[in-house]
Design a protein around this ligand. Structure first.
Ligand SMILES: Nc1ncnc2c1ncn2[C@@H]1O[C@H](COP(=O)(O)OP(=O)(O)OP(=O)(O)O)[C@@H](O)[C@H]1O
Length: 325
């Protein structure tokens, strides 16, 4: 695998007017690069800027500042050359056409494509080729959009909540097919609200919040932000015993249960079982969801104001003048 990034973004910022003369930063100084064959999950709460960022990568939206290239080209050129395929939240399908007719029509729009039957096979649509799109389930329609995205044999696949509305079995099948695609060298970038999808299918996780990237790295490392493990014991400690515990990042006492977040479960467990009355000890790994909650909450608490409105500007100027007097 080449280490040269296939997608390179530098200091991408997108602002929208706030209605009171200020600007709101939907994407705030994002610099990310993606290597060939890399599968990356973009996570973040509602309004984090995931869709805006992906739309900018696709050339459907433009940033106010920053640089973005896909295989050295502008996003629009990269899409025109068939380097990029997308499965987006928006974008309707025609309900009266059959599945195969839909693929055939979109294939006819491409100068070069990998073949209607090939993409139908990869997306698992062969068995429902003659079914009317309007009668397909939500999951089948998503698979159809996936087939359309594969037609130009793209180097990059951008997926915005690709499995929304699919049941767990359909999601699994979808990701099996997507992983096969990534194994052929396709770079996959997907936004999702299902954190277990990021844990299972993405080697790399980018966490966005308020337009900014607040965590980026191997998914396992991002998960470790929540501490490596959670230890639970039956115990009624004295305050001194509780404070004296080694390797504890946070604790919660619920009746005679004590829940401890730790960065060294082995050391803590040994201490609890050999030097205290604690018993019935269980250890469980921290989840990506816990990391997600902790990172976004901490960012909320420490965040500097993101947008300065015109009204705030005026208030600040007035305050400065008054101080100067
Ligand atoms: N055209 C627009 N005009 C004004 N504000 C916009 C526009 N598009 C997006 N926004 C705002 O930008 C912010 C980021 O939106 P975006 O859709 O990128 O978030 P998201 O992370 O994809 O959210 P979700 O998980 O809900 O899909 C939101 O506050 C949204 O209201």
């Amino acid at each position: 695998m080449s280490s040269e990034p296939i997608i390179r973004t530098e200091h991408i910022t997108k602002t929208y007017p706030t209605g009171d003369g200020g600007r709101f930063r939907a994407v705030d100084d994002v610099s990310l690069s993606f290597a060939p064959g890399e599968v990356t999950a973009i996570l973040g709460p509602n309004g984090a800027g995931k869709t805006t960022f992906l739309d900018i990568v696709l050339g459907l939206n433009t940033s106010n500042t920053g640089n973005l290239t896909i295989l050295g080209k502008s996003p629009k050129k990269a899409v025109q050359h068939g380097h990029v395929g997308a499965l987006l939240q928006t974008g309707g399908l025609l309900p009266d056409l059959s599945v195969k007719e839909t693929v055939q029509i979109i294939a006819a729009l491409h100068h070069h494509h990998v073949g209607v039957d090939t993409v139908m096979e990869i997306a698992g649509l062969t068995g429902i080729a003659s079914k009317a799109v309007g009668k397909c389930s939500g999951g089948q329609q998503q698979r159809l959009k996936f087939a359309l995205a594969l037609l130009p044999k793209p180097d990059v696949l951008i997926l915005d909540e690709p499995t929304a509305g699919m049941d767990p079995a359909a999601r699994h099948e979808f990701w099996d097919r997507m992983n096969e695609q990534a194994a052929t060298g396709t770079t996959v970038l997907f936004a999702t609200h299902y954190l277990e999808e990021a844990e299972q299918f993405a080697r790399r996780t980018v966490l966005m919040h308020g337009g900014r990237v607040i965590a980026d790295g191997p998914t396992d490392e991002v998960r470790r932000h929540a501490g490596s493990a959670h230890v639970s014991v039956t115990w009624s400690p004295t305050p001194t015993e509780l404070i004296g515990l080694p390797c504890v990042e946070a604790h919660e006492v619920r009746g005679n249960q004590v829940l401890l977040r730790t960065d060294n479960a082995d050391k803590l467990a040994k201490h609890l079982l050999t030097t205290t009355d604690a018993h019935s000890l269980t250890i469980r790994s921290a989840s990506l969801e816990e990391a997600f909650m902790q990172l976004t909450t901490a960012d909320d608490q420490h965040r500097a104001p993101r947008a300065t409105t015109q009204m705030e500007h005026t208030q600040m100027e007035t305050a400065q003048k008054e101080t100067a007097r």
